[in-house]
Ligand binder design. Structure first.
Ligand SMILES: Cc1cc2nc3c(=O)[nH]c(=O)nc-3n(C[C@H](O)[C@H](O)[C@H](O)COP(=O)(O)O)c2cc1C
Length: 201
């Protein structure tokens, strides 16, 4: 089957792209809004894209009422944010925090999450998250009226005890159990791992 994307509706393109590019990592972004309400929401058009400089990318569309997502609003206002990484223990809270709620209400309060002060940016990290990146906006790129990319410089990595080996900086496969997004409300764990022969640099 060959499908030319120009002949498809945005929803059809969305279904194809998110169904084929799986699993996707989830950037669970936490910010304060201008009135001090703690906000968090998941984004799976997310990835790490470079280590020198250390960069990650997020991609935003708009809320169903056509308004800018609260996360993006807070990022635009402050130039900073925290990207939390999602593991099996926080999967449910992450999913619930994706519901569109008014700006006056907090996803932290609604899902029982704890806002903890970050060290390098003026936003909260999610206390229950396995790990997080404290980020400063490096670049924002608008694609038409419906899509905005945010590339962030990762200033600091925080992780729950036992995830990073302090000496080697290796991540513990035993203690870090990230999940990935498939499509709709479907996710996967990363439990089945395998090696291929041969050394890579
Ligand atoms: C797993 C998951 C991944 C998502 N990925 C994205 C994404 O990459 N970009 C986006 O704009 N919305 C994405 N969403 C939807 C947002 O999380 C949702 O619109 C949320 O209400 C935004 O909250 P905010 O207005 O507080 O920023 C995703 C939702 C889920 C459950």
């Amino acid at each position: 089957m060959d499908l030319e994307l120009a002949s498809l509706t945005p929803l059809e393109r969305y279904k194809l792209i998110i169904g084929l590019v799986v699993p996707r990592p989830i950037g669970w972004v936490s910010t304060w809004n201008e009135n001090g309400v703690a906000n968090c929401a998941p984004f799976s058009f997310f990835n790490a894209i470079s280590e020198d400089p250390p960069l990650c990318i997020l991609s935003f569309n708009f809320r169903s009422d056509g308004q800018v997502k609260h996360t993006l609003k807070n990022i635009r206002r402050t130039g900073e944010y925290v990207v939390n990484l999602v593991d099996e223990s926080t999967a449910n809270a992450m999913h619930l925090s994706s519901y569109e709620i008014p700006e006056t209400e907090s996803e932290f309060a609604q899902t029982g999450l704890t806002p903890v002060p970050a060290l390098k940016v003026k936003h909260p990290r999610i206390g229950e998250a396995a790990a997080c990146f404290e980020c400063r906006v490096e670049r924002r790129i608008e694609f038409g009226p419906q899509r905005e990319l945010v590339i962030g410089e990762i200033l600091l990595v925080h992780a729950r005890e036992g995830i990073i080996d302090p000496k080697t900086k290796r991540i513990s496969e035993e203690n870090y159990r990230p999940i990935g997004r498939l499509f709709a409300s479907r996710y996967c764990t990363t439990r089945q791992r395998f090696d291929l022969p041969g050394e890579i640099p």
